[in-house]
Design a protein around this ligand. Structure first.
Ligand code: ADP
Ligand code: AMP
Length: 215
């Protein structure tokens, strides 16, 4: 079963690698960050509530994201697998995911931890650009778009507004305090695959495939 989870600090490359993995495995990418940004853009009540937390680099409350993921995992395209990117981010979220998958008679195959030293993270985050309609992730230097302000097909490129330095710091603090405990949580279950996230995007993709036994 291709039930995969990415964890790692903000800017480690989870979204980039998840986008590549899903095209190879033909399963959906489920990114709670993307879902919350879409809700915010649509101006829904959930989006407004989430923005109070996202704009200051804090985690959105567990019950909000757990509800989103529960609904999403029940859709038919997730039946043969999924790549979760950005969820779970707290131990209660991980426990909720275990319960949900257990009820569905399935379970996580691998949790891929992308390890990237702090000194590389800021450069990755400040150079991040996202395609306005496709959501494709670029980096101005390391994964450059066709032109500095346009992505594939001419779409506009956006800078995420939580990628400002003053918001990045609290996101890193939230990772250390609330998400890092998941490393031990999944290691104990024998699911953790540590992958060196340093190197080109292609090199990291190959390392991930090796770690999950796909060649
Ligand atoms: P996350 O989802 O973990 O926050 P992203 O996948 O959005 O991280 O990546 C953050 C930034 O780093 C993006 O601009 C992306 O293009 C870039 N990036 C991702 N992987 C690599 C890599 N292996 N080398 C250099 N830059 C990378
Ligand atoms: P990301 O796109 O994964 O970097 O997430 C961007 C922001 O969305 C985070 O800084 C949080 O505010 C929020 N968010 C995304 N996923 C979660 C989650 N699983 N739990 C809580 N907050 C989340």
């Amino acid at each position: 079963m291709n039930d995969l989870v990415f964890i790692g600090p903000p800017g480690a490359g989870k979204g980039t690698q998840a986008q590549r993995l899903v095209s190879k495995l033909s399963v959906p990418q489920i990114s709670t960050g993307d879902m919350l940004r879409a809700a915010r853009k649509a101006g829904t009540e959930l989006g407004r509530k989430a923005d109070e937390f996202m704009s200051r680099g804090a985690l959105v409350p567990d019950e909000v994201v757990i509800g989103l993921v529960e609904e999403r995992l029940e859709l038919p395209d997730a039946r043969t697998g999924f790549v979760l990117d950005g969820f779970p981010r707290t131990v209660p979220q991980a426990e909720a995911l275990d319960r949900l998958l257990g009820r569905m008679g399935r379970g996580i195959a691998h949790v891929i931890l992308l390890e990237v030293p702090d000194e590389l993270i800021i450069e990755r985050i400040t150079g991040r650009r996202v395609g306005e309609s496709s959501g494709r992730i670029y980096h101005i230097k390391y994964d450059p778009p066709p032109s500095p302000d346009r992505g594939e097909g001419g779409e506009r490129l956006l800078v995420r507004d939580d990628d400002r330095e003053e918001v990045v710091r609290p996101r890193q603090v939230a990772y250390a305090a609330q998400t890092a405990p998941l490393v031990a949580y999944y290691a104990t279950k024998g699911l953790l695959r540590r992958v060196d996230g340093v190197g080109s995007v292609d090199e990291v993709t190959s390392a991930i495939f090796r770690s999950i036994g796909v060649v």
